[in-house]
Design a protein around this ligand. Structure first.
Ligand SMILES: [Zn+2]
Length: 377
């Protein structure tokens, strides 16, 4: 039987380090933060499990996970295997004792500064004590200027909301490529579970803001059916968002002064701004805000037909969201017919693009898995 070997390495109190040996290659992984980190097996197994599932390997470790974590992780594997049958169910290291939990811990929420983050922070404002911003996930650690601007923005928003900001930096994305694990489909949820467990000295519960509403749930790295199954007795993970779709979330946020001053939705990298104002996410969010009669300091106040016509085709991956946005605009007091027609065109292109993209991801993953299996003998 093949194995994946997970060894926890001391590190310092603010840096958790581990080594993962898979297919004869050692991956040295470090996650750092501006608070102390609890380095234990429950924190690293969410990363090791999809890697081992991809290679059909048992996991061995120099550190024992907690019994509750192991019981949940067995079910998490069942979900992953049902979604992606080429991820095999694998053996986990034997559980140790249930850890002692301390009182006085808070409740956190992942916070990128986007619509989903602000919505969860807004909805659970009375409970949440800490917001968690991570570099190394959608923002590369190498993009120093952009990362710093985004951290500064998150810090200002957290301060305005009266929350403490935890800033985490992780280099775990390097595990994905060599194991044919796609960041969106397979890996970003376990990456958040990893960070959540490392923060278990400070927090007992962490919200993961949902990208999709309950009704629109798909097989995705972070999902309602999956995220809670990475919980343990010392860390409860909640997938939050419920029935609210993106446009409904924006409508909720137009009266939230902090959100309207600090919203960061953009994945493009352009100049000194937080949002480029020109990509699909920027344009879509700006239209949503306008249709709800709001005004956001970090996005353009007016979007015209040309702004939609200029959008790069590769970004059109969510036709249903474009459709809902068009309907919302049609039903609002701020109708703009030329923009509605342009959105209908974008929606049609988006349907074609999504079909092509899904087929491509499946094909590339199949080819990578075949190549990986042929080299690992
Ligand atoms: Zn943008």
């Amino acid at each position: 039987m093949r194995s994946v070997r997970l060894d926890l390495i001391g590190g310092t109190s603010m840096a958790a380090t581990a080594q993962l040996r898979s297919r004869g290659i050692d991956f040295h992984l470090t996650t750092t933060a501006n608070v102390t980190l609890a380095n234990h097996a429950d924190a690293w197994l969410p990363l090791a499990i999809p890697v081992a599932m991809r290679t059909g390997s048992e996991i061995e470790s120099n550190s024992a996970p907690s019994p509750t974590f192991v019981a949940n992780a067995v079910r998490a594997q069942e979900v992953l295997h049902a979604w992606w049958p080429d991820l095999d169910i694998v053996g986990l290291p034997p559980a140790g004792a249930e850890p002692a939990v301390t009182d006085g811990r808070g409740i956190g929420s992942f916070f990128s500064g986007g619509v989903d983050s602000f919505f969860t922070a807004h909805r659970h404002a009375d409970q949440i004590t800490h917001l968690i911003f991570v570099t190394g996930f959608d923002i590369s650690v190498a993009e120093v200027g952009h990362a710093q601007r985004s951290v500064d923005n998150a810090r200002a928003a957290a301060a305005a909301m009266g929350k403490q900001l935890i800033v985490v930096s992780a280099d775990l994305r390097k595990l994905g490529g060599p194991h044919a694990l796609d960041w969106g489909y397979h890996f970003h949820g376990v990456a958040m579970a990893h960070v959540a467990h490392l923060l278990s000295d400070h927090l007992h519960t962490i919200y993961i803001p949902s990208s999709y509403s309950t009704e629109d749930q798909v097989a995705w790295g972070s999902a309602e059916a999956l995220d809670p199954l990475w919980s343990s007795s010392r860390m409860r993970i909640i997938h939050d968002g419920g029935p609210s779709r993106r446009h409904d979330k924006v409508v909720t946020l137009v009266d939230d002064e902090v959100a309207m001053s600090h919203l960061r939705v953009c994945w493009e990298r352009s100049g000194e701004q937080l949002n480029c104002g020109e990509c699909l996410k920027c344009v879509r969010t700006a239209i949503s805000i306008r249709s709800a009669g709001g005004r956001c300091a970090t996005l353009p106040s007016h979007i015209g037909v040309l702004d939609i016509a200029r959008l790069p085709f590769r970004q059109f991956v969510d036709p249903d969201a474009l459709w809902r946005l068009r309907i919302a605009l049609t039903n609002s007091r701020h109708r703009n017919r030329p923009v509605e027609i342009a959105l209908a065109g974008a929606e049609a292109g988006s349907r074609v693009n999504r079909a092509l993209k899904t087929a491509l991801v499946k094909r590339v993953t199949r080819a990578r898995v075949a190549a990986m299996r042929s080299t690992s003998g």
